[in-house]
Design a protein around this ligand. Sequence first.
Ligand code: FDA
Length: 579
Amino acid sequence: AGGVVHTDVLVVGAGPAGLTAAAFLAEYGVSAITLTKYGSTAHTPRAHITNQRTVEVLRDLGIEDRLREIAMPAELMGTNVWATSFAGVELARMMSWGQGQDRRADYEAASPCEMCNAPQTVLEPAILAAAREREADIRFNTELVDMTQDDERVRARVRRRDDGVEYDIEARYAIGADGGNSTVARSLGFSMEGATAIGSAFTVWIEADLSRFVEHRPGALFWVSPPGTNVAVSPWTAVVPHTEWNALFLMHDMLPADTSDQAVAELVRAGIGDPDVDFTIKHIGQWDINQLVAERYRKGRVFLAGDAAHRHPPANGLGSNTSIQDSYNLAWKLAHVLRGHAGPSLLDSYHDERKPVGRQVIDRAIKSIQDLQPLAEALGVAPGQTAEQGWAAVDELFAPGKAGETRRAAVLNALPLVDWQLNCHGVELGQRYTSSAVVDDGTPFPEYTRDPELFYHPTTHPGAHLPHVWLQHGTGHVSTLDLVGHGRFTVLTGVGGQAWTEAVAAISRETGIAVDARTIGLRAEYDDVLGEWTRIREFDDDGCLLVRPDRHVAWRSRGLVDDPAATLRGVIASVLGKP
Ligand code: FDA
């Protein structure tokens, strides 16, 4: 067998990164083929925390409502409980992901979207359906064997796993979205920075009705530490509330553990803590913990996205989120280059923008695991103890007297450190890009007024994500984010911005590049009824923002300029690398 199939973009992998690329490339009218060596999307739950930026990406794709139907909503995600077991003693509790009183307003103000809990078994089929509705060519059971490239093209050798037939695919560009064991990265010699196999963990997918233990304290994560076991920590995630769970086990010193069915069943039984509760183990998966990021995200015509580019533990839940956001950054750039609207240098901005995000995510995840240590010490249940020692520590924690009082204070002191894992809004939303696809306006980024990891600081500075504000349109409400995206550039101006709107119309006509113009202001087309946009926008009524298809600000002008069309034309050419 043989033959060569031609396409513009080859996407290797159909996990969160690959499916997102497939869907957006199809949406933008790019010819692409997406491969996955497996016969289906994820067969185990894996990543689940879906943050606001990711839901915004899926809103752009038009599937936010669908996601809401299948995912566990934010209001049920908030309570984090540390306990000896589900049926056992609750040791500590904190509110996460903006569900606590102190953070709720921050999360609500930052986005039109709420977070949700959507395991990959639920999330991937939703993105796959969106890709298929756009007629994306997605080939299951098709494995990349090897990839090479020259100046003109990428050539991939692939094998159909059902019948063993091999053929070649030639593409102008390729995306390696093939996960932590990336064949693309290996074939093309991408090098990784960091450390491999710094520890080991395993996940267990469990069917067990635990409703009666959690209904009064609903949350996406229960941290279970049964006294007398070798479990360092085991966060259990609700897969189907509250009857299916995905438990991640980090053992003492992150060493590999006995994952025989019997040993795992014992840990699960201890974690539930009630011998009368029936459970079924649906899957056990062992994996290495890495702390790796690709040195370069681009090599010639090939890009890495998702776990192929960054590998880290699940603390902060950023794995699949970052993967989806990588592809959202890359897809519009490829579409513009392939359409001839942008120069190939636009594609360099993918590395320049996303590598710092990958680096931050990895470092944050590792630090977040370390930051659990003071809490673990204060709670006093530790691996290596006998059950008696563990229970003695629990008894002391809640007993009257100096020792208990000191430990209770230590618990309350240690919990805020976990905010950097569970309320880390700045890391979730606050990406600020510096690259050739952003034109600086000569002002510095505003100084952070609060901790930049914990708090999202909205700004319209070039490189930042467009801030969200609700606007009134007719009698409906739309987000500023809804005015942009859809693969198009958008100029947002104010009541005095007629000249910008005219310039946009002229540029779209001349260049064929899709640029929209929208006016936001008091009694304008998009009515800033509460004045919130005017307060946050950082430019005047006759100024404007140029927003990219991925909703990041490309450029801004505080006020009107002499020749808006010439200025805007120059800026767009610069962003697209096409002078
Ligand atoms: P992903 O790994 O999802 O997908 C890779 C794709 O590439 C698959 O479609 C595969 O078939 C395809 N592929 C690979 N090699 C190929 C080849 N040679 N040819 C063709 N196709 C190929 N994260 C988190 O935040 N919380 C969690 O609890 C967990 N739990 C977890 C458990 C386990 C067991 C794993 C392995 C991972 C996690 N993760 C996680 C990490 C999370 O799952 C991960 O960050 C995302 O799935 C990354 O998405 P990608 O799309 O990049 O790769």
